[in-house]
Design a protein around this ligand. Structure first.
Ligand SMILES: N[C@@H](CCC(=O)N[C@@H](CS)C(=O)NCC(=O)O)C(=O)O
Length: 291
């Protein structure tokens, strides 16, 4: 194994602002707002403040699935939060999510707005509000929630662990990459074994557990995350591949993946969504052509 550089931690850690690397603008050891900024509010009952990352995509897929089921109360405005620019530290955003991370949802359909943060909590809130994509029977419901919480607990090892050290850290540290590659491959194997015995994650029905896990592990399986498809030999996880392909055929999954997206093909980026017709008229290619 290659030697990591020598580092002896001091007695008390201090914030060295110069060492923030790629995320210098966003990473801070303190919470709270950095500036005053109200959030915009659109005309729909649900206001989503987000970005097209795996955690953001979970919610836009869920909302598009609910609309596809005919749940008109799930109409939403999706506003773009540019986390690279620090929008998540604006006072309005912090009021909706004190943890300063996308996605955050404001339900304005009742007498008093309800805030929901943490993508897993948002999926559960929407599933309960609209009575969809969450089994009602105790056994299947427990299975669905177990996998939903599995995703919430596991993905930080994929994103914050593997993804960070493999793709973003300023130096390649063999110990860290090795540790997290091992864990991510173990997680892929957990999913592959589950999907070898079950059509969807929680059983025969498509649920919020599929949506949550697809956003991270489906994207990893398709090579969209961290340029790591070959390194992790993702093609070997045949059942994960089969399940991912199946989800990718769903029109709501296709639409949900476009919302708040700021990279990739211009025709796949619908940076803000305020109406169902925006998919046909407001993607970046259409906006550029109109200028
Ligand atoms: N556990 C949270 C994680 C959310 C999260 O990490 N969001 C990232 C983007 S995917 C973010 O907003 N990062 C901005 C920051 O850390 O300042 C959830 O599932 O909602």
């Amino acid at each position: 194994m290659t030697e990591p550089s020598e580092y002896t931690p001091p007695k008390v850690w201090t914030w060295n602002k110069a060492s923030g690397g790629r995320f210098a603008k966003t990473n801070r050891p303190i919470a709270g707002a950095t500036h005053e900024k109200e959030l915009p509010v659109g005309r729909h009952p649900l206001q989503l403040y987000s970005l097209g990352t795996p955690n953001g995509v979970k919610v836009t897929i869920m909302l598009e699935e609910l609309l596809a089921l005919g749940k008109s109360g799930a109409e939403y405005d999706a506003w773009l939060i540019d986390i690279g620019e620090g929008d998540q530290f604006g006072s309005g955003f912090v009021a909706v999510n004190p943890n300063s991370k996308i996605p955050a949802l404001l339900d304005r359909s009742g007498p008093k707005p309800i805030r929901v943060f943490e993508s897993g909590a948002i999926l559960l809130y929407l599933a309960e509000k609209f009575g969809a994509f969450l089994p009602s029977e105790a056994g299947p419901r427990a299975e669905c929630l177990s996998w939903l919480f599995w995703q919430m607990g596991s993905a930080p090892y994929l994103g914050g662990g593997f993804g960070h050290f493999y793709a973003y850290a300023p130096t390649k540290i063999e110990y860290a990459i090795d540790r997290f590659a091992m864990e991510v491959k173990r997680q892929l194997d957990v999913l592959d074994r589950r999907l070898s015995e079950s059509q969807y994650i929680a059983g025969d029905a498509y649920t919020i557990a599929d949506i949550a896990i697809f956003a991270w592990y489906g994207a990893l399986a398709k090579g969209w995350q961290y340029g790591a498809a070959e390194f992790l030999a993702v093609q070997d996880y045949k059942h994960v591949q089969r399940w991912t392909d199946r989800l990718l055929e769903r029109p709501a999954v296709k639409r949900g993946r476009m919302v708040n997206r700021t990279s990739g093909e211009p025709s796949s980026q619908l940076r803000e969504r305020h109406d169902a017709s925006d998919f046909a008229t407001r993607t970046q290619d259409k906006i550029a052509a109109a200028i």
